[in-house]
Design a protein around this ligand. Structure first.
Ligand code: GAP
Length: 447
């Protein structure tokens, strides 16, 4: 059962160290969050799962990790300087500022200014002189540096269509209306793939990427029942898009976008390319006299063409929120409430907790430490040595943070080299020999 409301999730995230408000000791900053000891593991497991499926398990995608600070020329030609803005109104009575289409009910809407466009990009100064000219933007999406590196990647890997370039990392938007915890924030992470195809093959690839992205979210524990596909109508499409399908998730506050899969046509490569006139670009692009690179490929007859781009673009933070919500479950056991995070084991922040039954018994503690060290070497993720001594409380705490397996080392372990393993979901306990423990855990984490 998903969380009843967002407050339940926020409380769990703070209590157990998943997510904290940024700058909290100084009153906090709206729209900024910090990932704590467990959040950092969950987020990195999610990103690793994406990278593994998009880059390692395919043979047609390369990776990239480009700079966050972005030259304004890039964001001029991408269209962001002109169009990446929201209409904003000020309320003269309550003194607050809202997106024109999202004025909340508590505002009487009697004394609103006319809407004004507000660009969402953050600017910062580059170099020692603050002359207003030498500035850069904090990238509003990871996509643009993929396009500006297109030729570098093609030249260094000899790729031709169809192929993709994947990148994950921070993006920044000075959002006017923040929403629902980490759902809409000002600093977030994206996992973006730009998949380059031959013009004419784009519709087929678009469909196939929508299907494979839904399957991936299923594999992360998000059931089909919680997902919806939204075919974005023509009048809502972004300036670069011919068609977009949003993968929507039933967040606690409503059904909203988790990932967008867009057909960006030849807009991006066409916009950033030199010699545009020779390239028969189909999209409506700004004239570019600043680029020094022809972002096009040659076909088998040596004719130049600009590839079309299919872009599955997912938010890491929205992914974390959806996964936490989906995994959150409350059960009644013998009249008592048990909160369990039924995370897929590969996403769990702690893969196993190893606990000595008696924290003061040197032999038991030393064997438990050895067990932890051996399991840690498997490279499955974090294995925790838990020496608080109260096994019942440890079980409950680890249920709440989604640890798939708890391993208890006791007196019997010293005699016959076995330990008790306890499964998070079934709560079943069984005795396993130390010899078989690595295999047992490896199987569990892969499941
Ligand atoms: N490159 C395309 C692009 O950036 P987008 O729909 O603006 O498209 C893609 O963003 C994804 O990034 C969204 O589906 C969402 O998951 C995430 N995202 C966008 N803005 C966000 C914000 N302010 N806070 C958290 N996540 C955000």
């Amino acid at each position: 059962m998903p969380a009843k409301n967002i407050e339940e999730l926020i409380a769990l995230c703070k209590r157990r160290g998943f997510i904290f408000q940024s700058n909290e000791i100084y009153g906090g900053t709206q729209g900024l969050y910090d990932y704590g000891p467990l959040g950092v593991e969950l987020k990195s497991n999610l990103k690793n799962a994406w990278w593994k499926s998009i880059v390692y398990e395919r043979d047609d995608v390369e990776g990239l990790d480009a700079a966050i600070l972005t030259k304004s020329t890039v964001l001029k030609h991408s269209g962001h300087e002109d169009t990446f803005s929201d209409p904003m109104v000020d309320c003269k009575s309550c003194g607050e500022r809202f997106r024109a289409d999202q004025v909340p009910d508590y505002c009487k809407k009697e004394d609103l200014t006319e809407p004004r466009q507000f660009n969402l990009m953050f600017k910062t100064n580059i170099g020692p002189v603050d002359d207003g000219k030498s500035f850069a933007y904090l990238r509003p999406e990871t996509a643009q540096s993929i396009f500006t590196n297109f030729k570098n990647v093609v030249d260094s890997t000899a790729r031709t269509v169809p192929f993709g370039i994947a990148q994950m990392g921070k993006a920044f938007r000075n959002e006017i209306t923040l929403k629902s915890f980490i759902f809409r924030v000002r600093e977030f992470e994206q996992m973006e793939l730009e998949f380059f195809v031959r013009p004419g093959d784009d519709d087929k690839w678009h469909k196939s990427w929508v299907e494979s992205r839904v399957q991936w979210w299923n594999d992360q524990g998000i059931s089909d029942m919680s997902l919806e596909l939204y075919d974005v109508p023509a009048d809502e499409l972004a300036h670069y898009s011919k068609a977009t399908v949003d993968i929507m998730y039933k967040f606690p506050h409503g059904v909203e976008e988790l990932e967008g899969v867009a057909n960006r046509t030849d807009f991006d490569l066409g916009s950033h390319s030199k010699n545009q006139k020779e390239l028969n670009i189909k999209a409506n692009v700004l004239n570019n006299n600043e680029s020094n690179s022809k972002l096009a490929l040659q076909d088998e007859n040596n004719n130049w063409f600009v590839p079309f781009v299919i872009e599955p673009s997912a938010g890491v933070d929205r992914g974390v929120l959806a996964i936490l919500n989906e995994a959150y479950s409350v059960e009644e056991i013998d009249g008592k409430e048990r909160v369990v995070l039924k995370l897929k084991p590969h996403l769990a922040p702690i893969k196993a907790a190893v606990m000595p039954l008696k924290k003061n018994d040197e032999n038991i503690v030393s064997l438990a430490k050895k067990v932890k060290d051996n399991l840690q070497k498997l490279g499955l993720g974090r294995i925790l040595f838990e020496n608080s001594g109260n096994i019942g409380k440890n079980y409950r705490r680890h249920d709440e943070v989604g640890t798939p397996v708890c391993i208890t080392v006791d007196f019997e372990s010293l005699d016959n080299e076995t330990v008790t393993v306890r499964d998070r979901d079934s709560m079943k306990q069984e005795r396993i020999s130390l010899d078989g423990l690595s295999d047992y855990l490896q199987q569990k984490i892969k499941s």
